[in-house]
Design a protein around this ligand. Sequence first.
Ligand SMILES: Cc1cc2nc3c(=O)[nH]c(=O)nc-3n(C[C@H](O)[C@H](O)[C@H](O)COP(=O)(O)OP(=O)(O)OC[C@H]3O[C@@H](n4cnc5c(N)ncnc54)[C@H](O)[C@@H]3O)c2cc1C
Length: 430
Amino acid sequence: MKKKACVRECPICKSREKVIRKGFYERESDRKKIQKYYCKSCDKSFSEQTFSYDYRLRKRHLNQIIFKLLCKSVSQRGIAQILNIKQEMIALRIKRYGLKAREHLEKTRSTEDLSEVEVANFRGERRRLPCPRLVVAAGGLESNRILLWLQERRGFLRGGAQEALGRGFMDHPCLEAGWVETEDAYNFQKTFNTQIRSGRKYSVRLSAPEKWMQEGGRLNVSAGFLMKGKEGTFDPYAEYRNFRSLWRHPGRIGETVSSLAATAGALVRDGFVYKRGLVPTFGVMCEQEALPGSRITLGREKDRFGVPRLSLHWEISPRTWQTVVKFCRLVKGEVERLGYGKVNLRREIMEEIADGRELLTDVNHHMGGTVMGTDPERSVVDENLKVHRIKNLWVASSSVFPSSSHSNPTLTLLALVHRLSEHGLEQANR
Ligand SMILES: Cc1cc2nc3c(=O)[nH]c(=O)nc-3n(C[C@H](O)[C@H](O)[C@H](O)COP(=O)(O)OP(=O)(O)OC[C@H]3O[C@@H](n4cnc5c(N)ncnc54)[C@H](O)[C@@H]3O)c2cc1C
């Protein structure tokens, strides 16, 4: 099996590209599984523990107690007596705590701020404006472009964070996977078509069970049925919504009265949208695994403001395709078992071809590139959406998502932005 490249830097030769994961070992003190790494460049092995402040410290279980006693101003000699250990062990720990604290401060301290921004309009006017705080909220792609451009001009991100910028771009890969033959279209649509409840409209989606995902190491995925007609087929629901348009096609009135009545009847009686004569198509929407190679960069071409246009390399993992295939087959099995009809899946799914990634399409859900995280070496913004190391710059966009789930991003984004506007900026002022 091909070893997965990882982002840990080799502590010996500082290589990042040539480091691979190489199993685990069980730490004796707490039986925790620790990730091991191997650097192909310098032929050395190391582990997650190498980066820990207590690397090679004996009696790890005392670390927390010693730390707490020091915080309570117990002397080194006092701690040594209480714990029946040598005083040097405490001195050594104080040094390590100090180094760790310094490293953390250097990583997280906001060292810079933006003092002004330049804005331009389509009339060619440019202005420099003072900038006490800047929230970049220009959509999933454009927010990336603005930060990439800022990085190119100002180099505000350092180390791993500049590597992280633009990486991990995601959308929700989709596939029209097949269609359903059913003898009872009314019952099928009653179960799977849009439902109206208390004046609200709900789409029915089938989500993958958590256990199924975990067991197979699969991603999050969902499916839905869309009632489609052949091109030009009259859609009673569309006509119902736009009732006035009926009168623009007087020839259709007679033809549609009964189907319109059926749609209205289903709405009143059973609270769902019935579309007579349409065929249910089966669509799947999948979580996309965040890959470093799925990436947004600045292209060579520039726009009229002199800012480089984006170049996007959208990369989907084989695991994403495999999840789609397995899920389609799962849904087919269940729908048929429950007697709703026969699900005809497209050939690539039925034959379980190994790689059908080129069949997947996007749905304009742009995510990733300025991902959120606590480690400034691996992320661009912190948990409050503030760009690491910059005092007054935030990103309010789905570009901060580190993972994508299987479906619509906007509500999650709104929740994040609401939190930022209510608390985040306020805290920054303190
Ligand atoms: C066809 C389509 C269907 C979608 N359907 C769904 C759906 O059903 N459910 C769902 O959850 N999501 C859906 N999405 C995604 C959803 O639109 C986005 O998640 C959401 O709009 C993101 O909000 P935003 O504020 O980050 O970006 P946007 O809504 O894109 O707003 C960005 C704003 O910034 C402005 N702007 C851009 N560049 C600059 C610049 N350089 N300077 C100044 N201003 C700038 C833009 O004019 C725009 O007003 C859909 C998207 C599309 C395109």
